[in-house]
Design a protein around this ligand. Structure first.
Ligand SMILES: Nc1nc2c(ncn2[C@@H]2O[C@H](COP(=O)(O)OP(=O)(O)OP(=O)(O)O)[C@@H](O)[C@H]2O)c(=O)[nH]1
Ligand SMILES: [Mg+2]
Length: 349
C-alpha cells in the first residue's frame, strides 16, 4: 500500500485533508489513491441533508454530530455549497458553529464549493465521501443547499436524505418544492419554536398522502445507463417507507434525538428490505455513467481539431448545419484515423 493510503486507512487527519484537496483540484495523483481506498469503502451510513437556504441545516448537522459522538460513533461532515465560489476549508459561519466539535478526533468537518460545474462538484463530493468512508467514519453527513439541481445530486450520493423545512416561508403547500418532496426519506420541520410548525406538518402529511401512490424516486433513474440496467434496479423493495416528519429546534437541540433514531430506522429498513443494495447499485451505475461520459468526451476532444470544431460551430450558428448533423460529422472526424483534417488534436493544433 502507498504510504498515504495507509495513513488514510488509519484515519490520520492530515492525510485525509491532503487527499481531499487533491480531489478538489482534480489532480491526477488522486486517482490511484482512490483506487486503493475503494475496497475499504461501503461501511458508512451516508446521510444527505438538504432544504431551502437558512432553514437551519448546518445547526441541525452540528446537533446530529454531537448526539452521534455521545453514542461513540465517528462522524464526517461535508458541506457542499453549489452557490458559492469559495472553497478549501470551512466557510466562516460554519466554522464558528462547528466549534463545539473542534478538537474531537472523532469528527472531521470539510466544506466544498463550486469550482466549475455542478457535475464536477458532485464528483469531487463523491470522492471525498469515499475517503471518509475508507478512513472509518461511521456516519457521513452531507449538507447542501436545496437550490435547483443540487438536491438531486445529493440524493444520488446518500443512502438517506433529510429534507429540512421551516415555518414562515409563506404558503405551506408552496413552501416545499416538488423536487424536495420526492427525494425525502425523512422530513425535519426545524425552527419549531416559531409559529406555524403544526400547520406545516399537516400540509406535509397531506402532500405525502397525495403523492404516496407514485413514490418511486423517478429522478434517480433518468440517465442513459439507468435505462439499460433499469430492470435490475427495480427488482428489490416495495418501497413501503413513509417519510416520518420530525419537529426540531436545532439551536437548543430539542427533538434532534428523535431524528437520530429515525435515521437508524431508515438504515435498518433499507438493509432488511434489500433497498440498500439497490441504492448502492444505482449509485455506482450513475458514477460509472458520469465517468464514461467524461472519458469519452475527453478522448474525442483529443482527436478533434479545434479548427474543425469551430467550423462546425459556425455552420450551426449560421443555420447551414443542424446540431444533429454537426455531431455526426464531429464524431466521424474524431474517430477516423484518416479524418480529413491536416493537424489533429487540441494539444498540437
Ligand atoms: N429560531 C430558530 N432559529 C434557528 C433554528 N435553527 C437554526 N436557527 C438559526 O437560523 C439561522 C440559519 O441557520 P443555519 O444552520 O446556518 O441554516 P442553513 O440551512 O445551514 O443555512 P444555509 O447553509 O445558508 O442554507 C441561524 O441564525 C441559526 O441560528 C431554530 O430551530 N430556531
Ligand atoms: Mg448551512
Amino acid at each position: 500500500l502507498t504510504a498515504i493510503v495507509e495513513q488514510i486507512l488509519q484515519g490520520q487527519r492530515r492525510a485525509i485533508a491532503r487527499q481531499i484537496s487533491q480531489i478538489e483540484n482534480n489532480q491526477a495523483e488522486a486517482r490511484p489513491v482512490l483506487a486503493e481506498l475503494y475496497p475499504h469503502t461501503g461501511q458508512a451510513h451516508l446521510v444527505g441533508i438538504t432544504g431551502a437556504p437558512g432553514t437551519g441545516k448546518s445547526t441541525l448537522v452540528n446537533e446530529l454530530a454531537k448526539i452521534y459522538r455521545r453514542q461513540s460513533q465517528t462522524v464526517a461532515i461535508l458541506s457542499i455549497d453549489p452557490t458559492s465560489p469559495f472553497s478549501g476549508g470551512a466557510i466562516l459561519g460554519d466554522r464558528i458553529r462547528m466549534k463545539d466539535l473542534a478538537g474531537d478526533p472523532g469528527v472531521f468537518v470539510r466544506s466544498m464549493a463550486t469550482r466549475g460545474s455542478l457535475g464536477g462538484l458532485a464528483r469531487a463530493a463523491a470522492d471525498a465521501i469515499k475517503v471518509f468512508d475508507a478512513a472509518g467514519f461511521q456516519i457521513i453527513l452531507i449538507e447542501t443547499v436545496g437550490v435547483g439541481q443540487a438536491e438531486v445530486e445529493v440524493a444520488r450520493l446518500a443512502h438517506t436524505v433529510i429534507v429540512v423545512d421551516m415555518p414562515g416561508l409563506g404558503d405551506e403547500v408552496q413552501a416545499i418544492k416538488a423536487g424536495l418532496l420526492e427525494i425525502a426519506d425523512i422530513f425535519v420541520i426545524n425552527k419549531a419554536d416559531r409559529q406555524g410548525a403544526d400547520r406545516l406538518e399537516a400540509a406535509l402529511n397531506m402532500m405525502l398522502d397525495l403523492g404516496s401512490a407514485a413514490s418511486t424516486k423517478p429522478i434517480l433513474h433518468h440517465e442513459v445507463l439507468m435505462e439499460v440496467a433499469g430492470p435490475i434496479l427495480h427488482g428489490a423493495g416495495e418501497n413501503t417507507w413513509r417519510p416520518p416528519i420530525y419537529q426540531t429546534i436545532a439551536t437548543t437541540g430539542h427533538g434532534v434525538e428523535a431524528v437520530v433514531k429515525g435515521l437508524a430506522e431508515h438504515r435498518a429498513y433499507l438493509v432488511q428490505d434489500g433497498s440498500l443494495a439497490q441504492r448502492e447499485r444505482s449509485r455506482m451505475l450513475f458514477e460509472l455513467e458520469q465517468l464514461l461520459k467524461e472519458r469519452l468526451l475527453a478522448e474525442l476532444m483529443r482527436n478533434l481539431s479545434a479548427a474543425y470544431l469551430t467550423q462546425m460551430l459556425d455552420k450551426v450558428v449560421t443555420r447551414q448545419l443542424d446540431p444533429y448533423t454537426a455531431v455526426d460529422l464531429l464524431l466521424a472526424s474524431g474517430q477516423a484515423e484518416d479524418a480529413p483534417q491536416a493537424s489533429k488534436g487540441f494539444n498540437n493544433g
